[in-house]
Design a protein around this ligand. Structure first.
Ligand SMILES: Cc1cc2nc3c(=O)[nH]c(=O)nc-3n(C[C@H](O)[C@H](O)[C@H](O)COP(=O)(O)O)c2cc1C
Length: 358
């Protein structure tokens, strides 16, 4: 590229100054046996510390929030102390790292739940499809709609997750409001059929997300939120994503987030007849740092930054497969291809052994 790359200019995110705008997107790796982050994650994340910012794999705020095998949590002492080794390694290599806070809601199965209970959601609406469990694929069940007192408790669990993340040495937290998990289940009207203060109107559907943001933000000003307004993953649908998420962006604009992380949909992922919500749609509504994701190359990232539609770009699969991704993007070097067979679970293969250029 002849122009200096905007990807490699610094940016402020909360109280941090990132040296570049190349962010490692959150990616579940299912290697956290016993829901405690695996020691080799120190090497994995440490190798990727040239990112402007690393966002970790999604991490449960409570046992009820688990929906996949071997995903880490941030609600027990053992989990917090294991994460300390990862943050220390990233910091010793000059990097910055946010923890992604997670509750899967209905994307779970009684096999993952304390006492074999039903998974919970905004409403008793079952997702189509199956859950990948330790006992193989199991059809999703119809979840139980949360009582209001339980919703308040989960809001507090997000705040506790943020406190724990701070103790574990993270630089901030990203609340997972995307991809059809609990917060998203409240936001969209395909899954939220409630008739109380948490459902019905857009303002009511936003209530849970905003209560979580406010509770976490009250603990820590280093708070971000991830959303996927048009994504259909996990059987999600909203009748008017631009209205729902436009209203959310306006509310968030008043709340001084470290950043808002927007997953733009792939073409195959958009509900029939809908116009996808893109960064250009939210930019006029949200004036803080806006991060975009999904399918970005260096060239497309430069375009979205130059157009002023986003401030940061996160990279998933390409960062998974290229520990030195910023260098490769800057110098226009060939990228290692990602191997989906080693995404989830397994050994160091496809985890810490992707080669660096040098
Ligand atoms: C192996 C894998 C695990 C993922 N896990 C998460 C996750 O824990 N949290 C999340 O918000 N997104 C997760 N995602 C989605 C990515 O953050 C990202 O949105 C997706 O890979 C698209 O970006 P890309 O085209 O740059 O790969 C995951 C993606 C992959 C490939």
């Amino acid at each position: 590229m002849t122009q200096p790359m905007k990807l490699f200019t610094p940016i402020k995110v909360g109280n941090l100054t990132l040296p570049n705008r190349v962010v490692m997107a959150p990616m579940t790796r299912s290697r956290a046996v016993g829901n405690v982050i695996n020691p080799s994650a120190a090497t994995y994340y440490g190798q990727r510390s040239s990112a402007g910012l690393i966002v970790t794999e999604a991490s449960q705020i409570c046992a009820q929030g688990i929906g996949y095998p071997d995903t880490p949590g941030i609600h027990t002492e053992a989990q917090v102390s294991a994460w300390k080794k990862i943050t220390a390694e990233v910091h010793s290599r000059g990097g910055r790292i946010f923890l992604q806070l997670w509750h899967v809601g209905r994307i779970s199965h009684p096999l993952f739940q304390p006492n074999g209970d039903l998974p919970v959601s905004a409403s008793a609406v079952a997702p189509k499809g199956s859950s990948y469990t330790h006992e193989g694929m199991k059809e999703f069940v119809t979840p139980r709609a949360l009582e209001i007192a339980e919703i308040k408790k989960i809001v507090e669990q997000y705040a506790q997750g943020a406190r724990n993340a701070k103790h574990a040495g993270f630089d901030g937290v990203e609340i997972h409001g995307a991809n059809g998990y609990l917060i998203d289940q409240f936001l969209r009207d395909g899954t939220n059929k409630r008739t109380d203060a948490y459902g019905g109107s857009i303002a009511n559907r936003l209530r849970f997300a905003l209560e979580v943001v406010d509770a976490v933000r009250a603990e820590w000003d280093q708070t971000a939120l991830r959303i996927s307004p048009s994504g259909a993953f996990n059987d999600m649908y909203d009748s008017d994503p631009l209205a729902t998420f436009g209203a959310l962006a306006r509310e968030l604009d008043q709340r001084k987030l470290a950043y808002l992380h927007l997953v733009e949909p792939g073409e195959a992922d958009i509900a029939a007849g809908q116009k996808p919500v893109r960064a250009a749609d939210l930019r006029p509504l949200f004036h803080g740092p806006l991060m975009v994701n999904a399918g970005y190359t260096a060239a497309r990232a430069e375009q979205v930054l130059a157009a002023g539609n986003a401030d940061l770009v996160s990279f998933g699969q390409s960062f998974l497969a290229n520990p030195d991704l910023p260098r490769r993007l800057r110098d226009e070097l060939t990228l290692n291809p990602a191997n989906p067979k080693t995404f989830y679970g397994g050994t160091e293969a496809g985890y810490t052994d992707y080669p660096f250029v040098d």
